[in-house]
Design a binder for this molecule. Structure first.
Ligand code: SAM
Length: 354
């Protein structure tokens, strides 16, 4: 690592941000020493806020039916090889009940943009979860909906919403999505979610097709300015049923580097070590935690549908990726000096103004 890189790391830690050019340089000039230095600082700053706590979320993949045709995604509308399913509200409640017994206190309902899930149906499910388990948080990750819909879901009790911005570069967005999807609308949704008082998560894929260092610099500037409570980043992994089937996979190395950068930008952010990271490397989750992540989201979906929510090839859903193996995950976290907690795990300092 040269002196100029060290100066950038110092500035990032002290000021919580860099200029676009500085981010480009930090990424382009990186080497093992720079990554180790960033990770050391990210871990230190995370420990000051969250100690050695790791928050877990029970992920319920409620539907792989989607009206969108994102070029990277295995559950895209145009993938005729995808075996479609949709969970009923009863099936979702069964997952929640099982997850509660296992110790989960946050449930994430994620799915494609499936119109069957009307506001009435979703509000019913959220009400049910909150009535049966008032000590739990509900996170939604159901894509772009109207402002009115977000308001109703929030009023019904939803606490958090994950909506990756995917890329902060308009032209890049246009290369990842068909023309009927809009960069502006995705960004408007994020603004709306935050305004409504959700703990809001944005994020992007590392190494997505056509992503340049300049695109990542824009993502980091966006994260600086938007100040998300959560940020989901994981490597892009190709899926055989998409136009990007032959594109290269994003790297573990750059993902971990960016996890450390994001931790330094927003020390309090909830930062998952994602399934995609666990998929490309057997110790991906641990390496993500050691780079500054503090959240893991094991899969709680019914076993019969788990391999149908295939966003990318070989998506992991066994072992520690499975909520039923929480004890194994706990042991693996203990082995690197961290502790999985059975709590809601809100963003530090978040005040719920409902
Ligand atoms: N439909 C909702 C949405 O758009 O936010 C939630 C589901 S969507 C499948 C969840 C995330 O999966 C996306 O935001 C995207 O970043 C990620 N994803 C999709 N395809 C992927 C791939 N091939 N590799 C890695 N991540 C992928």
């Amino acid at each position: 690592m040269d002196g100029a890189t060290l100066k950038l790391i110092d500035k990032l830690e002290q000021q919580g941000g860099l200029t676009l050019d500085e981010y480009v340089n930090l990424i382009d000039w990186r080497d093992e020493d720079a990554a180790a230095e960033l990770a050391r600082r990210a871990v230190r700053i995370r420990k000051e806020i969250y100690g050695t706590d790791i928050y877990v979320r029970g992920l319920i993949e409620i539907s792989n039916i989607c009206k969108n045709d994102c070029y990277y995604c295995g559950i895209r509308r145009g993938n005729t090889g995808c075996d479609r399913y949709r969970l009923t509200p009863d099936e979702i409640m069964e997952c929640v009940g099982e997850g509660y017994k296992l110790g989960f206190r946050t449930f994430v309902m994620q799915g494609g943009e499936d119109a069957w899930y009307t506001d009435d149906r979703l509000c019913g499910i959220i009400n049910d979860i909150k009535e049966r388990h008032p000590d739990c948080a509900v996170t939604l990750s159901l894509g772009e909906r109207s402002a009115e819909s977000y308001r109703r879901l929030r009023d019904a009790g939803a606490d958090r919403y994950l909506l990756r911005h995917e890329t902060a570069d308009r032209a890049h967005y246009g290369r990842l999505h068909p023309a009927d999807m809009s960069f502006e609308h995705r960004m408007e949704c994020l603004t709306e979610l935050k305004k409504l008082g959700y703990q809001t998560g944005c994020g992007f894929m590392v190494g997505s097709p056509y992503q340049t260092t300049a695109c990542i610099a824009k993502d980091l500037r966006f994260i600086e300015e938007f100040k998300p409570h959560m940020c989901g980043i994981g490597p892009f992994i190709p899926h055989k049923g998409t136009p990007f089937r032959d594109m290269p996979t994003g790297t573990l190395e750059l993902t971990c580097f960016l996890l450390s950068v994001i931790r330094l930008i927003h020390p309090r952010v909830l930062l998952p070590a994602t399934t995609a990271l666990g998929t490309i490397h057997p110790e991906g989750r641990e390496l993500g935690i050691l780079a500054g992540a503090n959240v893991v989201m094991p899969n709680l979906s019914p076993a019969a549908v788990r391999n149908k929510y295939e966003l990318y090839d070989n998506k992991l859903n066994t072992g520690c990726e499975s909520a039923q193996h929480l004890e194994d995950l706990k042991k693996r976290m203990e082995a690197i000096g961290y502790h999985v907690l059975s709590v809601r795990g809100d963003a530090a300092g978040f005040i719920n103004l409902r």
